[in-house]
Design a protein around this ligand. Structure first.
Ligand SMILES: *[C@@H]1O[C@H](CO)[C@@H](O)[C@H](O)[C@H]1NC(C)=O
Ligand SMILES: *[C@@H]1O[C@H](CO)[C@@H](O)[C@H](O)[C@H]1NC(C)=O
Ligand SMILES: *[C@@H]1O[C@H](CO)[C@@H](O)[C@H](O)[C@H]1NC(C)=O
Length: 368
């Protein structure tokens, strides 16, 4: 009958729409996964099959020279796994000596607040804690932990939308546990975080949140940017024309304003995780992390972390698109080129703790 036919066609039409929407959604999501590394690259490079890092011959014994790979702009020499243990040990020695430096105290020491405990994800099955820092491939780490928790057999099988659904992904935050359980885990579990060059990180956050992402996270452009512009843009005339959006200069002035920004940060809530210091996110002087990985050497660090946590036989870190994590000095110079030395020095003063704690060289090329 005609009625039944119509019904069928309507159903078919509806299915078509659902399919279209699904295709759109998955396209968007796979972009985000790549973007999580901090750079937008073609979606297809994500599908490049995993390639093993070719081990180059160590140039010389690491004790004699400053290792090339510890300098963010020269990550070319690839060390062996034993070398990497050495790199990791050196980083932890540096971290603890900077924590002990009393002149940097107010930049390095933060209380283990609920804000910090909210950043830390728990894998009880393998006794691992992971402090999440944005724009360093942390979606991939969450997937690794989800596999370890037994919810999925491999990283590839985890649907993207589930990773960020903290109700359903089976990865509890440390803040959800009782004080006794928190203390126990902090003192006995394997703990790690990933960091990157602090200024490059801020550029990445600026680009991602204020330049290219307004459609899916409109609050950065519509709620946060106007507040920063009103307070920090120099020219009144420009302030009226805030439609042009947040400039990197406005952002730098806001970030470098140690006292003035406190009220704004409270108003912005958890969105500030994209630009507050690593010290504020993960309390690295209060929590004794086992390993601090560097984004610039993520390939080596991921392998080292899996091994140090005793899980390298159980899971592997997803392939990292080549070149994507490398420090780009040209980019940093370009972004800071129009900004006054005074503003850059104030920014550095605010982020100096992160530079020192994690061994990133002071960016003299911007400051002098
Ligand atoms: C503490 O940090 C300051 C600032 O970076 C530095 O000048 C000083 O030498 C450090 N002190 C020690 C004992 O390392
Ligand atoms: C940290 O303390 C020093 C003085 O010891 C002060 O000059 C600086 O402004 C403080 N920095 C912050 C971020 O509070
Ligand atoms: C570094 O950044 C500059 C400016 O953003 C860009 O043109 C260049 O392609 C980047 N270099 C690499 C190796 O990614």
């Amino acid at each position: 009958m005609g009625g039944a036919m119509r019904h069928h066609w309507l159903l078919l039409g509806a299915c078509g729409w659902v399919l279209l929407i699904l295709v759109f959604v998955t396209k968007f999501i796979s972009f985000r996964a790549v973007d999580d590394y901090g750079e937008r690259v073609g979606g297809q490079s994500w599908t490049v099959p995993a390639h093993k890092v070719v081990k180059a011959l160590p140039v010389s014994s690491p004790e004699k020279t400053v290792p090339k790979w510890s300098q963010p702009d020269q990550p070319s020499a690839l060390p062996t796994e034993a070398d990497w243990q050495w790199v990791s040990d050196k980083r932890m020695e540096l971290l603890s000596s900077v924590c002990d430096n009393s002149s940097l105290r107010n930049l390095t020491h933060v209380p283990i607040s609920k804000f910090v405990l909210d950043r830390i994800f728990v894998c009880d099955k393998h006794k691992i804690l992971f402090c999440q820092t944005p724009k360093v491939g942390n979606t991939q780490w969450k997937k690794v932990l989800m596999v370890l928790n037994g919810a999925f057999p491999t990283v590839e099988e985890i649907p993207e939308n589930l990773v960020h659904d903290h109700e359903k992904n089976g990865l509890p935050r440390l803040s959800s546990l009782s004080p006794k359980d928190i203390t126990h885990r902090l003192s006995t579990y394997f703990k790690f975080l990933i960091v990157r060059d602090p200024f490059e990180r801020l550029i990445s956050a600026f680009k991602d949140k204020f330049v290219k992402n307004p459609r899916f996270e409109p609050w950065y452009k519509h709620d946060i940017a106007p507040v920063i512009i009103r307070k920090y843009r120099k020219s009144h005339r420009d302030r009226e024309g805030a439609a042009s959006g947040l400039h990197f200069e406005d952002f730098v002035r806001y970030l470098g304003d140690a006292e003035g920004r406190q009220r704004l940060d409270r108003q912005f809530g958890d969105y500030i995780i994209h630009w507050v210091t690593y010290a504020d996110l993960c309390a690295p002087c209060e929590i004794h992390y086992s390993v601090v990985g560097h984004h610039e050497t993520l390939g080596q660090d991921a392998a080292h972390i899996l091994k140090a946590a005793g899980i390298d036989q159980l899971v592997s870190y997803p392939a990292i698109p080549p070149g994507i994590t490398r420090y780009n000095k040209t980019k940093v110079e370009t972004y800071f080129s129009g900004i006054s030395k005074r503003d850059i020095r104030r920014l550095y003063a605010r982020y100096q703790g992160d530079f020192n704690l994690f061994g990133y060289p002071k960016p003299d090329f911007l400051l002098n």
